[in-house]
Design a protein around this ligand. Structure first.
Ligand code: ADP
Length: 504
C-alpha cells in the first residue's frame, strides 16, 4: 500500500477579516501555495487563537466592527507570547488608512484590497524570511551566551586551582618564553617576588642547565602535547639549588600559545635518596665483593669438593649475588651520570667499529637464547663517548634478546635522518635502531620504561634478570649527547628503540 507523503506546511498564517468572502479568497490562495491558514472574522477570537497557538505571521484587516485592526495589533504587541509575530495590515483601497499609525502600532507591512496574488505572496515571503532569520539569530545568541557562561565557569575553576595549588605553577609564552603568570607556590619555592618574574623571560629566571632541559621539554611538548616529570635543577633567587620535576602542557591564553609548567619540588626526597645511595655504595658494595670472592673460591674447589647438591646451591648463590652487584652498580652508575660525576667525554669517531663491538659483546647471550643478531650500517663519524654509547647499545641489544623468542632476529641499523619522532626538523641526525620481533610493549608503558625501576611486568626483574635501570641509564647517556631516545612498539609484534644523535 503506497502512502501519500506528508506535506509539511510552509508556515502557519492567521488571517483576520470581517468579510468572509475576503477570507475565503485569501485562505484559498495561500493554501494552494502550501501555507497553513487559520481564518477568523473577529478581533477578539483572533487574539485568543494567537495566544493559544502563536502563528508565524498575521494578516490583519483594519476596518472591523467591535475591535479594529489597530486595536487588535496593540493587544498582540502587549503580550509577550504574541509580541514578536509579524503583522501585515490589510486595507481596502477606498478606506481611510493611516500608514504611520499602522507602523507605530507595530505592523511590519500593509497590503491593499483587492489583492494581487503575487504581491501578497512576495510580502509574506519577505517577512517570514526576516522572522526566521530573527529566530535563528536569537537561538545562536542563546547558544553563544551559554558557551560564554561555560567558558567563564571553566576559567574561574582553573584560576582557583592555579591559585590554591600547592605545586609551583608558571605560565609562559611559547614564542618568547616570557612569564605571563605564576602562583604563590612558585614564588615561595623560587624566592622571587611576583613583579620580579612576570614579564621576564625564562632565560632570566632559569639557570643554564635548567634552560637546556626546559628547551628540550618544550620541543617534546610540541611534538606530543605534554611532558611529565622532567627532572631539572632550579636556582632560587638566593642561589640555592632545588631539584624539581617539571611537567609541561601547551595551552592557549587569550589566543596566545603558552606553556603551563607544573613543578614538584623533590629536593628533600633527593637528599634522602642520595643518603641512601651513598649508604648502598659504601655499605653494600664492599661486603658483596667479598661474598662473591668467597663464593668463587668455593666454586674453584680449592677448599674441598662440594656435593652435586652443594654445587647447585652455590650456583644459585653466585647468580643472585651477581644480580645484586649489577643492581648496586646500576644505581651508582645512574646517579653518577645524572649528577655529572661521570663526565661524558666526546671524541670524533667512527660509529661502525662500535656497532660491530656491540654485536660481538652480545653474541654469546644471543647464541644462548638462539636469537640471531644482524647488523646493517652505514659508516658515520660523529662526536660521542664510545664507552657510554657501547654501554647503551649493549643494553638495548640485551633487552631485545631477552624479550625475543628462539629463532627470532634482532636488527641493529643506522641511518641518517632529519626526522625526530615523525616530525621533520632542520637538524641532521644519525639514527640508530634496535629492532626486535619480541613480545612488544603496551602503549601506556612506552614512556615510563625509561624511568627508574619501571618494568612492563613486575616479574621481569626476576624472570629476565634485569634491574629496571638500564633504559634510565641509556636515556641519561643519550641526553648528555644532546640526543633523543624513544621506543615504538606493537604488542605481540615487537619493538624498535630509536636513538637520534645530532650530526655536527
Ligand atoms: P631491565 O633491566 O628490567 O631490562 P630496562 O630499563 O632496560 O630494565 O627495561 C625496563 C623494562 O622495559 C623491562 O623490564 C621490560 O619490561 C621493558 N622492555 C625493555 N626493552 C624491551 C623490549 N625490547 N621488548 C619488550 N619489553 C622491553
Amino acid at each position: 500500500m503506497s502512502r501519500e507523503p506528508v506535506k509539511i506546511p510552509k508556515a502557519d498564517i492567521l488571517a483576520i477579516d470581517d468579510t468572509p468572502e475576503n477570507l475565503a479568497l485569501l485562505s484559498q490562495m495561500l493554501t494552494e501555495k502550501g501555507y497553513k491558514v487559520r481564518s477568523v472574522t473577529k478581533g477578539s477570537t483572533a487574539l485568543r487563537g494567537a495566544k493559544a497557538a502563536p502563528p508565524d505571521l498575521i494578516l490583519l484587516d483594519i476596518k472591523m466592527p467591535e475591535m479594529n485592526g489597530y486595536e487588535v495589533c496593540q493587544h498582540l504587541k502587549a503580550d509577550a507570547r504574541t509580541r514578536n509575530i509579524p503583522v501585515i495590515f490589510i486595507s481596502a483601497l477606498g478606506d481611510v488608512f493611516d500608514k504611520v499609525k499602522a507602523f507605530q502600532m507595530g505592523g511590519v507591512d500593509y497590503i491593499t484590497k483587492p489583492f494581487q496574488v503575487e504581491e501578497v505572496l512576495a510580502r509574506l515571503d519577505t517577512h517570514l524570511t526576516i522572522r526566521n532569520l530573527q529566530l535563528k539569530l536569537q537561538r545562536q545568541n542563546i547558544q553563544l551566551q551559554q558557551e560564554i557562561a561555560n567558558k567563564t565557569a571553566a576559567e574561574q575553576k582553573f584560576a582557583k586551582a592555579f591559585r590554591a595549588c600547592p605545586n609551583p605553577i608558571a605560565i609562559a609564552t611559547v614564542s618568547e618564553g616570557r612569564f605571563v603568570e605564576v602562583n604563590d607556590s612558585f614564588l615561595q619555592m623560587s624566592g622571587y617576588l611576583k613583579s620580579e618574574v612576570v614579564d621576564q623571560t625564562i632565560e632570566q629566571i632559569y639557570s643554564y642547565s635548567a634552560l637546556e632541559i626546559y628547551t628540550k621539554t618544550l620541543e617534546k611538548s610540541q611534538s606530543q602535547g605534554f611532558v611529565r616529570n622532567q627532572e631539572l635543577e632550579f636556582r632560587t633567587n638566593s642561589g640555592k639549588t632545588k631539584i624539581v620535576l617539571l611537567s609541561m602542557e601547551l595551552i592557549e591564553l587569550d589566543g596566545i600559545e603558552c606553556t603551563l609548567q607544573i613543578m614538584n619540588d623533590i629536593t628533600e626526597r633527593k637528599r634522602l635518596e642520595n643518603e641512601f645511595i651513598s649508604l648502598v655504595s659504601h655499605e653494600l658494595r664492599t661486603p658483596m665483593s667479598s661474598i662473591i670472592g668467597a663464593l668463587d673460591l668455593l666454586k674453584s674447589g680449592q677448599l674441598g669438593r662440594l656435593s652435586d647438591r652443594g654445587n647447585q646451591i652455590l650456583e644459585v648463590a653466585i647468580r643472585n649475588t651477581e644480580r645484586l652487584i649489577r643492581l648496586v652498580n646500576d644505581i651508582l652508575d645512574l646517579e653518577r651520570i645524572k649528577s655529572g660525576k661521570i663526565s661524558i667525554k666526546r671524541v670524533k669517531c667512527d660509529l661502525k667499529p662500535l656497532l660491530i663491538q656491540a654485536i660481538e659483546v652480545m653474541k654469546p647471550m644471543a647464541d644462548k637464547a638462539r636469537v640471531e643478531l644482524r647488523l646493517e650500517h652505514s659508516s658515520m663519524r660523529l662526536n660521542l663517548d664510545p664507552d657510554r654509547i657501547l654501554q647503551t647499545l649493549t643494553n638495548l641489544l640485551s633487552n631485545a634478546i631477552k624479550f625475543s623468542e628462539p629463532g627470532d632476529i634482532v636488527w641493529l641499523r643506522t641511518t641518517v635522518t632529519n626526522s625526530l619522532q615523525h616530525k621533520v626538523t632542520d637538524i641532521n641526525y644519525c639514527q640508530i635502531q634496535v629492532q626486535d620481533t619480541g613480545r612488544g610493549i603496551p602503549e601506556d608503558k612506552l614512556e615510563t620504561i625509561f624511568e627508574r625501576f619501571q618494568q612492563v611486568d613486575t616479574s621481569d626483574s626476576r624472570s629476565k634478570g634485569g634491574t629496571g635501570l638500564g633504559l634510565a641509564i641509556c636515556r641519561h647517556i643519550i641526553e648528555r649527547h644532546n640526543g633523543y631516545i624513544w621506543v615504538e612498539s606493537t604488542l605481540g609484534e615487537g619493538s624498535t628503540f630509536y636513538i637520534n644523535l645530532p650530526l655536527t
